[in-house]
Design a protein. Structure first.
Length: 197
């Protein structure tokens, strides 16, 4: 029963992720900010749908689990805008590791280690599964911003070079998706949604 109590405590703690808001806006809901729980579900569905474009085989079940857990750390660490200053992004890493240990540590030891290791694998983005998961995490905001006349890009004066750097994991990993993303970035520049520099 102790394991069950720990597991349920972990699940109830995850409810707090619904209160962590991102910069991406939900066009279909009066342009309110998206929360991190919604984002995790959405990118999991994206991976389930687009894994067929991966140049190398990926284990979509592992990818999906990575995507479902990757932002859990934001319960403690908060969300940092993808295009924030580098110093802010660097400071976030230590906060997220502390959060991962605390939140996954609510689970029984074996599950804690499994979740932590999978989260660390996602963060390192060295395996095919982790690279693909990381790419999905970065592609969805691009799709959302394109659907929303630039969305958070336009609002925060994001540069073309920043979006390319953030999404270039796709180059070689999923060439058809990379071609599509590159075309969308050029279209965003033409529409004035991204700064051309």
């Amino acid at each position: 029963m102790q394991d069950l109590a720990q597991q349920l405590n972990f699940i109830l703690e995850l409810d707090r992720l619904k209160a962590v808001y991102r910069k991406v806006m939900v066009k279909s809901d009066k342009n309110r900010q998206e929360n991190s729980a919604e984002h995790s579900w959405h990118i999991s569905m994206l991976a389930q749908t687009l894994h067929v474009y991966a140049a190398e085989p990926v284990n979509v079940a592992r990818v999906t689990t990575m995507l479902l857990i990757h932002d859990i750390v934001e319960i403690d660490a908060g969300d940092t805008f993808a295009f924030a200053a580098q110093a802010e992004l660097d400071a976030q890493e230590a906060k997220e590791l502390d959060a991962a240990n605390r939140i996954f540590g609510l689970l029984p030891e074996k599950q804690y280690q499994e979740m932590l290791n999978l989260w660390l694998e996602f963060e390192a983005a060295e395996t095919n599964d982790a690279k693909f998961a990381k790419a999905m995490d970065r592609v969805l905001p691009l799709l959302q911003n394109m659907k929303n006349d630039g969305g958070s890009w336009a609002k925060h004066n994001v540069r073309k070079s920043e979006v390319i750097a953030r999404n270039n994991l796709l180059d070689g990993l999923a060439p058809k998706l990379w071609t599509y993303v590159a075309e969308q970035i050029e279209l965003a520049v033409e529409n004035g949604w991204l700064l051309n520099e």
